[in-house]
Design a protein around this ligand. Structure first.
Ligand code: AMP
Ligand code: MG
Length: 359
């Protein structure tokens, strides 16, 4: 795939970053077609800052307006605060404290209260395919924060008894209650929430053109400085294949992807990935390689991409079609790409090994 590689290289040159690596990003490469036209000069007013010590991924904020440096610091401070509240890898996070205080009502911050209500809403919408109470089973698969351990069927069955979002209730203002032994894991939408918060900070500060890349999950503010849409490419969702599979045009939208190839381990020739089916406790085994959700509602898109991946093509498509403001790209194991109605005609195939269906 010469052309996409060239475009990524152009993009990186334009960003003038030394510590940005597509190998470390999750799955989407972005390119700016403006680079090709302009001979890769740095767009006027562009400032780009990357950090790779937050949310377990590389985060790049690229702003095409003149803004003070403190705006970048404010965004990264906010991401750090979100991580400190939501991470299950930190014993002192609000979610970890909640997990240690199940079996009764527990007082949480406004922020976590609102987020948990949204999570329960998306669990219902997805019929439980997205379920933040996956924690007890997820902890069996994870060691020291790394997804790497194959639990026994007995262990999985024991812990599955504690999974079920219906048992998360809100008995009073800022009160959350769960049954004893339940544990939350917000990994499926923490990044979406952080992206949404940063988007809002930038909009409040008058930013009109920006590209936010949170480990391959993208939000585009406004159009490109030349007035055209951003072109966001999706990586081929296959382990070891770094080519791009298709590209879509967006502005003021996020592009959030979930795929089994993002985090996995191999044991005895079998790949185990990190998106679990809450009904079985095992990695979701649908007919999909990845699901990308496009929306202005970033936290929801993050939850729905995880849910869609668990549900599979048919049920995932039905779920997205029912919801206003969300579009999606489903890539199947048969190497077929399906898009929802709102993306038809806006998706371009880059990889001839795949087929774009019904575009
Ligand atoms: P994402 O990459 O957004 O699809 O999120 C994957 C992460 O969400 C995993 O690493 C787990 O922390 C968590 N997770 C895995 N399976 C589920 C699920 N079915 N529902 C909710 N969270 C999940
Ligand atoms: Mg997600």
């Amino acid at each position: 795939m010469f052309l996409p590689s060239l475009l990524i290289i152009c993009y990186n040159l334009c960003m003038q970053k030394s510590n940005f690596s597509f190998a470390t990003t999750k799955l989407i490469a972005i390119f700016l077609s403006v680079c090709l036209l302009s001979g890769c000069t740095k767009p006027a007013g562009l400032t780009s800052v990357t950090r790779d010590d937050l949310l377990g991924t590389a985060i790049t904020i690229s702003i095409y307006d003149n803004v003070p440096d403190r705006l970048f610091a404010q965004c990264f401070d906010e991401i750090a605060a979100i991580e400190a509240r939501m991470s299950v890898n930190r014993k002192d996070s609000e979610i970890s404290l909640l997990n240690e205080n199940t079996g009764g009502a527990f007082l949480v911050s406004d922020n976590i209260y609102a987020l948990l209500q949204r999570a329960v809403y998306f669990s219902g919408v997805s019929g439980g395919a997205f379920d933040i109470s996956i924690g007890p089973v997820m902890e069996l698969w994870r060691k020291d924060g790394h997804f790497e351990t194959l639990p026994s069927p007995k262990e999985i069955n024991e812990k599955l008894a504690y999974v079920g979002y219906e048992a998360i209730t809100f008995p009073g203002s800022n009160m959350v209650s769960m049954e004893q032994g339940m544990r939350l894991d917000l990994g499926a939408f923490a990044k979406g929430h952080a992206l949404e918060v940063v988007r809002d900070i930038l909009l409040e500060n008058g930013v009109r053109h920006a590209l936010l890349d949170f480990g391959g999950d993208i939000y585009t503010i406004g159009e490109k400085p030349d007035g055209s849409n951003w072109r966001v490419a999706i990586k081929t969702p296959i382990v070891g294949d770094n080519s791009l599979v298709c590209v879509i045009e967006v502005s003021d939208l996020c592009v959030m992807t979930s795929g089994g190839y993002e985090r996995y381990f191999e044991q005895d020739g079998i790949y185990y990935h990190h998106i679990l089916n809450p009904a079985t406790g095992y990695p979701a085994a649908s007919d999909l390689l990845s699901v990308t959700v496009i929306s202005a509602e970033i936290t929801g898109a993050d939850a729905l991409s995880t849910a869609g991946f668990v549900l599979g093509l048919e049920q995932g498509m039905i779920m997205i079609d029912k919801l206003e403001g969300y579009e999606a790209i489903f890539i199947t194991s048969a190497k077929e790409i399906y898009v929802t109605a709102g993306l038809k005609g806006k998706t371009t195939l880059l990889n001839t090994g795949f087929q774009l269906k019904g575009n």
